[in-house]
Design a protein around this ligand. Structure first.
Ligand code: BES
Ligand code: MN
Ligand code: ZN
Length: 467
């Protein structure tokens, strides 16, 4: 997607004719272009209500555009990034629908990064396996600051990579494939195979991985800079397929379990773009990638595993595998001497039951880190809701023969999983855990997103790191 940036209000007089000029109007206001206003507002009583659009066929005589699309932005005082996002996606969808390629935006000032990012969100489709390919936007013209537009583009591209990886079938997006993608990002990368993980004492991760023919890969990416002001690790759950293991999932629940590496895909999306922003932060991207399968080698109920930090885990349910793989990844991250660890995982159905598909769960051991991530998320178009970390939730994970069980009672499952993970985080490391089970993959379209992977976490983590 090519971007052309013009100075304020030049957009109405640029010399190349676009296919669709999109004009955002607030409720009760008009475009200020007499011919359009007479038609749209006086004759047809368009009101500028949020998410309503009006397409004018031809305006070539007064504007450098083949068509004009008026988009309602709602009440001026209610405007925020999310409204812009949805309005832009709506305009992009309209543009695609009529098979146009060049769209220009005359929208309120100050949102050019959001507009650019939203062009990618609206233009996204996963058509790799379709004989008939989707129509795409080729060129966008907008007014504003070049650096902000660039930022929006980079965010859009990062989300695209994440969404593609999470949408791919497990047959393609294997642990080895994730390692290959990581290897191609142009960062320092270390990929540990099964034997090396064994040497490092990753008894938890390897037990989950054992039932699959796919080789597990432990991926460690590093973005470094001279004199970093802090060191952060981001860890993504990388279950390339979660069948549930011996506690096999019912077929319907397995249907979307190729998305169980959405956390890993998010980490790869974030790491793929960090260097473009040159943040003064050292960032480690960590993924323990494997599949949770059944078979003669699979780990079983009642097995006792030893994680990298020496703690033992009694397997109560092989379908609570994400936390088991994350245990070793958390230990590894804490050993790097980082100040903060943020993990992102499609961890519990319970979190999805609690928050649905419109907010991710957040927990951790540091109030400030949690509230910073929530705030960053709000400014990035991603919502988080804090779940409690009362020690009581750990009661059901108490084991008589090991340090803990990997699952227990049904109720409060998101918090119990959080408390499980806490056992593998060193006390002096600030830690936040993002549960994206409900938000990573949509079974039907929602707001600016189509069905499938959303790339959740990418914008929050990128913004958190670069600010
Ligand atoms: N990957 C699932 C969680 C999940 C469920 C993600 C639905 C997205 C949508 C996870 O590995 C899992 O199976 N969790 C179990 C834990 C339980 C056995 C304690 C769950 O949530 O049912
Ligand atoms: Mn599972
Ligand atoms: Zn899982």
């Amino acid at each position: 997607m090519e971007f052309k940036i013009v100075q304020n209000s030049e957009i109405l007089s640029v010399n190349d004719v676009c296919d669709i000029l999109t004009i955002g109007v607030f409720e009760g206001e008009k475009t200020g272009i007499e011919k359009i206003d007479n038609l749209v507002f006086n004759e047809d009583k368009f009101e500028g209500k949020f998410n309503k659009t009006y397409l004018l066929p031809c305006c070539c005589d007064i504007l450098p555009a083949k068509k004009v699309l008026v988009v309602g932005l709602g009440k001026k005082e209610d405007l925020d990034g999310q409204k812009i996002r949805e309005a832009v996606v709506k305009a992009i969808k309209k543009t695609i629908q009529i098979k146009s390629e060049y769209v220009a935006f005359k929208f309120p000032d100050g949102y050019e990064d959001v507009i650019a990012e939203s062009c990618y969100i609206g233009d996204y489709s996963f058509d790799k396996y379709k004989s008939e390919k989707a129509h795409h936007i080729k060129k966008v013209c907008l007014q504003g600051d070049e650096a902000k537009v660039k930022k929006g583009q980079i965010f859009g591209e990062a989300m695209q990579l994440t969404r593609d990886l999470a949408n791919e079938p497990s047959e393609y997006a294997t642990p080895s494939k994730l390692a290959e993608v990581a290897d191609g990002l142009g960062l320092d990368v270390k990929i540990y195979d099964r034997a090396e993980c064994e040497k490092m004492g990753m008894g938890a991760f390897l037990a989950v991985a054992r039932g699959s023919l796919q080789e597990p890969k432990f991926i460690h990416l590093t973005y470094s800079c001279p004199n970093p002001k802090k060191k952060v690790a981001i860890i993504g759950k990388g279950l390339c397929f979660d069948s549930g293991g011996m506690n096999l999932k019912p077929a319907a629940s397995m249907m979307t379990m190729r998305d169980d590496m959405s956390g890993a895909a998010c980490v790869l999306g974030v790491m793929s773009k960090i260097k473009e922003f040159h943040p003064n932060v050292e960032v480690h991207g960590i993924i323990a990638a494997c599949e949770n399968m059944i078979g003669p080698k699979a780990y079983r109920q009642g097995d006792i595993l030893t994680a990298k930090n020496g703690k033992t885990i009694e397997i109560d349910n092989t379908d609570a595998e994400g936390r088991v793989t994350m245990a070793d990844a958390l230990c590894y991250a804490c050993e790097l001497g980082v100040d903060e660890v943020i993990d992102i995982a499609t961890l519990t159905g319970a979190c999805m039951v609690a928050l649905g598909t419109c907010a991710s769960g957040i927990m951790g051991n540091d109030k400030e880190l949690i509230s910073n991530i929530i705030k960053t998320g709000n400014n990035s178009g991603e919502r988080y809701w804090e779940m409690p970390m009362f020690e009581d939730y750990f009661t059901s994970l108490k084991s008589e023969i090991a340090d803990m069980k990997n699952s227990g009672a049904r109720w409060g499952g998101a918090s119990a999983a959080g408390l499980f993970l806490k056992n593998f985080v060193t006390d002096n490391v600030k830690w936040a855990h993002l549960d994206i089970a409900g938000t990573a993959f949509l079974e039907k379209p929602q707001k600016e997103f189509i069905k499938g992977a959303t790339g959740v976490g990418v914008r929050t983590l990128l913004n958190y790191i670069i600010n």
